[in-house]
Design a protein around this ligand. Structure first.
Ligand SMILES: [Zn+2]
Length: 85
């Protein structure tokens, strides 16, 4: 399984509607929100087989216009192996 960062935008007027829906789905603590910083997006990190599955796993209200990006953490050993180009 890979990790994906799902980013889902919503309209500024829809914050409460979206957050309430996420709360009702039991997903509240999985999400980080940019609303208080003026960026109306939710972010969730999901484990999934691929991008499509990552988008499928999030609650339906987050799927509209959402993007899923595969994310990794680089290990120090990997970075140290890289030769300067
Ligand atoms: Zn918002």
């Amino acid at each position: 399984m890979d990790r994906f960062l799902v980013e889902s935008p919503h309209d500024p007027g829809d914050c409460r509607k979206v957050v309430k829906n996420i709360y009702a789905q039991g997903y509240l603590y999985n999400c980080d929100w940019g609303c208080k910083g003026g960026v109306h997006k939710a972010w969730v990190i999901i484990e999934a087989e691929n991008q499509k599955q990552a988008l499928w796993v999030v609650p339906p209200i987050l799927r509209t216009n959402a993007t899923a990006t595969k994310i990794v953490k680089f290990e120090p050993e990997m970075v140290e192996e890289w030769k300067d180009e």
